[in-house]
Design a protein around this ligand. Sequence first.
Ligand code: URA
Length: 192
Amino acid sequence: MTDDVDVTDCRRCSELCASRSRIVNGVGPTDADLLFVGEAPGETEDEVGEPFVGRSGDVLDEGLRDRGLSRRDIRITNCVRCRPPDNRDPTAEERSNCRPYLDAEIAAVDPDVVVALGKVPAEHLLDRSVAVTEAAGAIYDARIDGTARRVLVCVHPAATLYDPSQREQFDAALDAAVGFLDDSAGGQSRLG
Ligand code: URA
């Protein structure tokens, strides 16, 4: 089924086509209860062809491991599947070009909760501005491609590397995600 949501070729963004080595598709079970969505592949992800396998991925793996989970228990993908030049943020146009692939992946996985890793995915999925540090751990009701979804906002793992004080919010959000696995009625719901 993964093949159905894997993108094998795409030329919608001329700049990203030139900067990428490969398209980085989502990984993990396609029936996962938690779908983590990051921003875009970085240098290591572009080399390896898998999301979150660089330093940010180490932080995420460690956070999952501390809670008795591994990346085999969750699915991980990104707003855009190609590495932007110099690791800049993907533009609104690039995110919009890649959106059908993300929507198709969310629909196929049909997770209990979509975990937005950082500001770019949080704002992309919720279609509003989000102060991530304050919102971390909260679950928002969202409509994604016509379907009601729950989006949990999390601090981006990389943010904990350059600002260790953000670790607390990152941990709180991961706790909320895992708590949601334990109790599907759990989590703090806010209207989006
Ligand atoms: N940061 C992201 O947002 N996504 C990745 O895949 C890696 C780092």
